[in-house]
Design a protein around this ligand. Structure first.
Ligand SMILES: Nc1ncnc2c1ncn2[C@@H]1O[C@H](COP(=O)(O)OP(=O)(O)OP(=O)(O)O)[C@@H](O)[C@H]1O
Length: 267
């Protein structure tokens, strides 16, 4: 029998095996992530970071076998619609899923329905429209409300998806490579926004290979390599030269300023 779930855990993996097509991404993955604990999952390309997010968002299902379990918010049978209400997700897949003609405000509004786009049967209330307008204003997107999604820059789309992820007040914000492809100003604006959110109490799960995108507020670091957790502990201990050089299989030197870190080639 597997252990009783911890009450504050939003994701509990016990000896999980999962496949993407012909490829086994995880063979024996165990990990527990908690509400109130901002966490970064860091790993090189192909280490399984996005697949981990997909286990949480129910886009990827583990192999059913004895001794293996996956619990989300304490349940093995979480309802997909309830789940979408409890997490807010920003991913590259989601960014690519929206059609170019969709008005920006509808992208945010669709977060209430946990869907991509708004179906005919999905009628938003006045208070939902108001919430969209208020959030877009808060994230500096008010002027883009009517703009077609296809005419927005990457940075604008990322902020828009952040608004979509937040519109329904999720318990956990899950960000898969949120700063990829953004220029410095867009990246710094996004990081500043994220800092405000975590300081206001939203639990953050950040999945990235970009060390400079790790907010100072993130205290727990999980290092993922070839589908295995090779480090899990305080960010201050793991975001150092030796663990990161081993993780990325190249000699690295970590520099710190203002609570952020940057990595340079060592030697
Ligand atoms: N649809 C797929 N079919 C088969 N294998 C896949 C598929 N998608 C990803 N993979 C493989 O699964 C492994 C894990 O991929 P995943 O996208 O989870 O890694 P990642 O750490 O998020 O990588 P990146 O940083 O490049 O986005 C990789 O080796 C990848 O090549």
């Amino acid at each position: 029998m597997s252990e009783a779930p911890a009450p504050s855990a939003y994701l509990e993996l016990q000896a999980v095996e999962a496949w993407l097509g012909p490829r086994r991404v995880f063979e024996d993955l165990s990990l527990r992530l908690h509400r109130g604990e901002h966490t970064v999952v860091l790993g090189p390309n192909g280490s399984g970071k996005s697949s981990l997010v997909k286990l949480l968002s129910r886009e990827l299902y583990p192999v059913v076998k004895p001794g293996s379990s996956l619990r989300i918010f304490g349940s093995e049978t979480v309802n997909l619609w309830e789940l979408r209400g409890r997490i807010g997700l920003v991913s590259q897949d989601l960014q690519a899923a929206y059609g170019g003609r969709v008005p920006a405000a509808d992208v945010v509004l669709s977060g209430f329905f946990g869907s991509v786009g708004i179906g005919r049967s999905q009628v938003a209330t006045t208070s939902q429209h108001r919430r969209v307008a208020a959030l877009m204003a808060q994230l500096g997107l008010a002027e883009l409300a009517e703009r077609p999604y296809g005419q927005l820059s990457d940075g604008q789309r990322r902020r828009l998806l952040l608004a979509r992820a937040l519109v329904h007040g999720p318990e956990v914000l899950v960000l898969d490579e949120p700063t990829n492809g953004l220029d410095l100003k867009a990246k710094h604006q996004l990081l500043a926004l994220l800092r405000e959110l975590v300081q206001a109490g939203t639990t953050l799960l950040l999945v990235t290979h970009q060390i400079e995108a790790i907010l100072p507020e993130i205290r727990r670091c999980v290092l993922l390599r070839e589908g295995k957790v090779v480090g899990d502990g305080p960010a201050a201990q793991l975001l150092q030269d030796a663990p990161l050089s081993a993780l990325f299989a190249t000699p690295l030197r970590v520099c710190e300023a203002n609570g952020y870190r940057q990595v340079l080639p060592a030697g």
